[in-house]
Design a protein around this ligand. Sequence first.
Ligand SMILES: O[C@@H]1[C@@H](O)[C@H](O[C@@H]2CO[C@@H](O[C@@H]3CO[C@@H](O[C@@H]4CO[C@@H](O)[C@H](O)[C@H]4O)[C@H](O)[C@H]3O)[C@H](O)[C@H]2O)OC[C@H]1O
Length: 396
Amino acid sequence: MVRFSTIALALASVLPQLTQGAGLHTSAVAKGKLYFGSATDNPELTDAPYLTQLSNTDDFGQITPGNSQKWDAIEPSQNTFSYTKGDVIADLAAKNGQKLRCHTLVWHSQLPSWVSSGSWTNATLIAAMKNHITNVVTHYKGKCYAWDVANEALNEDGTYRDSVFYKYIGEAYLPIAFATAAAADPDAKLYYNDYNIESAGSKSSGAQRIVKLVQQYGAKIDGVGLQAHFIVGSTPSQSAQTSNLAAFTALGVDVAYTELDIRMTLPSTTALLTQQSTDYKNTVAACMANTKCVGITIWDYTDKYSWVPSTFSGQGDACPWDKNLVKKPAYAGILAALGGTSSTTTTLVTSTTTAGSGGATSVPLYGQCGGSGWTGGTTCASGTCKPINNWYSQCL
Ligand SMILES: O[C@@H]1[C@@H](O)[C@H](O[C@@H]2CO[C@@H](O[C@@H]3CO[C@@H](O[C@@H]4CO[C@@H](O)[C@H](O)[C@H]4O)[C@H](O)[C@H]3O)[C@H](O)[C@H]2O)OC[C@H]1O
């Protein structure tokens, strides 16, 4: 009787492998959009593979600083301005030839306590707000494609959020903020930005009211940013998003998806990743269908640095790239909506087959499990390397 010990055989298999076609930004621009972009943050920039992909202008023609231009970062104490971190991201955008979306000037959150708990009058808070806006916008003059001038001014029912600004200034803080930003950088596009305004409802109507309010004051407002922090399977339909975008653009402003991510309850499954791809596709398609939807920004591109797990307990995997910087099905969904194609070529790919008493196992190596990029192996730190779809495998 012939006995076989377990042997590993490296077999050359002829498999179709995904190759780089036009990326997300290239495809978006080819269809008339200004950009496809990603948020980023200073600590991540020391991660060389992360930075390489962020700087890949085939995928990303625009970046947004996730934290370093917020009030607490820039003016931690009154009239003391610190631009070091924000400048790192602005300089990166300039070096890469990427547009910079600047975020954000007036927001109730991530405020230093001297603002949120200060003892203000109407006049003193207007002066402090105008001083902040003028300093920051002047510092970045000519560098910001757009500014999120006001962020999240609304409650879910469309009434004004009881922020320190609303409390001491009233709704007039909004047109004052826009007028002050416009005076400091007349060329920057000025946006109102919020979440849960991506389909029709009280909050979307509230955002439309803000656009009209700023316009009625004679101040400049160029666009509305729809954050689009969505949940897999609960993302508004494409048609609901399309009609909602039209309601904004009918007011004469641009729109943009500014913080798109689509989270799931962990652990991820093949079904959730597939639904996530569909959800991304529908949202991007809604933007594509409106000529005044200028671009789409994802709120960081990789699950490795997403804000979601630290904010929403038990949830994550919200980005189009996984923690190993490998593209997920969401990437293909976005690309399809952008009208891009993932070209395939026939390539020799090495597959490891183990023969022995237990028979043979083989895992397709279209995408990586344990390595990085498209050439990783089948080793998993935890779980088993399993095919996700015709494109790649993942440790599950
Ligand atoms: O490092 C992180 C930053 O990345 C983070 O950036 C902010 C993230 O999003 C924006 O603010 C949040 C928007 O979502 C709200 O929660 C929503 C609650 O309703 C749900 O239906 C919806 O799905 C949720 O998204 C959060 O409460 C907001 O904070 C904001 O514009 C970004 O700057 O900021 C915190 C840093 O630690």
